[in-house]
Design a protein around this ligand. Structure first.
Ligand code: FAD
Length: 385
């Protein structure tokens, strides 16, 4: 007879790890099982993704509560938005928004490892916490009773996932890597909308003169770019971004990721709940996927916390109520963030003349209407609250 738990989390990516951390922090006696696909020895985990991820101020504050904020995370002080071969440009600075930074850039591997180490350090305080490694258990039901909550945090990339209710292939890939551009202004990010998709250049952990690149385009275009000699690829990139970052001198570590939208409408079913990429996988255009997932995890741990002290006979009813409350609380933030990201991914990947024109107007009006700029920045930084 195997042991049953109050909560089982399937998936120990950043969102599953953070959720475990917050649940245990508030409920040190919680009977929690974390199913982790990776081995316990961090050194043995191969190929942790090194891509730079834009992390909002709101996510930084959340990660700090777990002492899991990676140190080497350059801040973004200014974002420059423009479209290639058309009018319309906007800048957003931290002073306009009244914040220390508009966001930060952190490697996926750094967030993942910081959260893992934070949980490893805290583990000794949680005697009912089981962290199972090399675990990809297809049938977790032996670990569950009627009162067990199963949290799905299996995440994954678009092409690996089963199609959910809202499923759209953008017919784009992201070409990801990093570049050297010694004269690029410090702590600035660029988002440039090109005919095939957005191109983002973001500060890099190696410091000034280095930038993370996320270049979205049709799959065959990016395949072609991957095959180009570095010198020709840099010339293409320079043409796409213009001269404002100075001369690009090196390009490194290229990989591609297929891009799509995959959203589960119903994020709660009986005693199961889906968070992070398991609930919604987004286009990276607005840099919102992980930020939204961390807000899922933080809200869920808040909703589940009061359950632990409930008498066993009331647990099942209380669990259902807590999960319904979670679904209600997440509705607005998910709807806005998913809708805004999907809109941007579609509108900024078309060449239709009227759309290009109105895009230009929209970008320019950001410059003329500071309240809209502020509202947009706050949504990107903290989500819908
Ligand atoms: C090119 C690109 C750029 C991006 N840029 C940004 C950005 O700038 N800002 C941003 O906020 N987001 C960004 N994202 C999105 C971000 O990477 C994801 O939203 C985030 O990684 C989701 O975290 P997660 O923990 O939900 O899922 P994952 O990171 O996918 O982790 C899930 C974990 O669960 C494990 N797992 C899977 N199945 C099982 C199973 N059956 N049992 C046990 N374990 C399992 C997996 O191995 C993995 O370790 C970007 C994505 C891409 C592709």
């Amino acid at each position: 007879m195997s042991k049953t738990y109050d909560i089982v989390i399937q998936g120990a990516g950043p969102v599953g790890l953070a959720c475990a951390g917050w649940l245990l922090q508030s409920n040190p006696h919680l009977h929690l099982l974390l199913l982790d696909k990776n081995p316990s020895d961090t050194q043995k985990i191969s190929n942790i993704d090194q891509r730079g991820i834009a992390i909002s101020e709101g996510s930084k504050l959340l990660l700090e509560t777990l002492l899991a904020w990676p140190q080497n995370s350059p801040a973004i002080h200014q974002v420059n938005i423009s479209q290639k071969s058309a009018f319309g440009r906007a800048t957003m600075t931290r002073n306009e928004i009244g914040q220390d930074a508009l966001g930060y850039v952190v490697r996926y591997s750094d967030i993942y490892l910081s959260l893992r180490h934070s949980l490893e350090r805290a583990k000794v305080n949680y005697k009912n916490f089981d962290w199972q490694f090399n675990a990809e258990i297809k049938n977790i039901y032996p670990h569950m009773s009627l009162e067990t909550c199963l949290i799905h945090a299996e995440g994954g990339l678009f092409q690996e996932q089963i199609a959910n209710d809202q499923h759209h292939d953008y017919a784009q890939t992201a070409l990801v890597g990093w570049i050297e551009a010694p004269d690029a202004p410090k702590n600035q990010a660029w988002e440039r909308f090109t005919s095939e998709g957005p191109l983002a250049l973001l500060p890099h952990h190696k410091g000034p003169g280095h930038l993370n690149m996320v270049w979205c385009a049709k799959p065959h275009t990016n395949l072609f770019r991957m095959g180009l000699p570095a010198i020709e690829l840099m010339a293409e990139l320079q043409k796409a971004i213009g001269s404002r970052i100075g001369k690009i001198t090196q390009i490194h570590d290229l990989r591609t990721y297929p891009l799509g939208l995959n959203v589960r409408t119903q994020i709660v079913k009986d005693n199961e709940v889906w968070i992070g990429n398991a609930a919604q996988t987004l286009h990276p255009v607005a840099g919102q996927g992980l930020n939204l997932g961390l807000r899922d995890a933080a809200t869920l741990s808040g909703c589940l916390t009061p359950l632990v002290n409930e008498p066993k006979e009331l647990r099942q009813v209380s669990l259902n109520l807590a999960l319904q409350k979670y679904a209600t609380l997440r509705q607005s933030d998910r709807k806005t963030t998913i809708g805004m990201t999907d809109f941007m991914a579609r509108v900024f990947a078309t060449n239709l003349k009227p759309v290009v024109f109105f895009r230009g107007i929209a970008l320019s009006s950001l410059e003329w209407l500071p309240p809209i700029k502020k509202a947009l920045a706050r949504q990107m930084m903290f989500g819908q609250r």
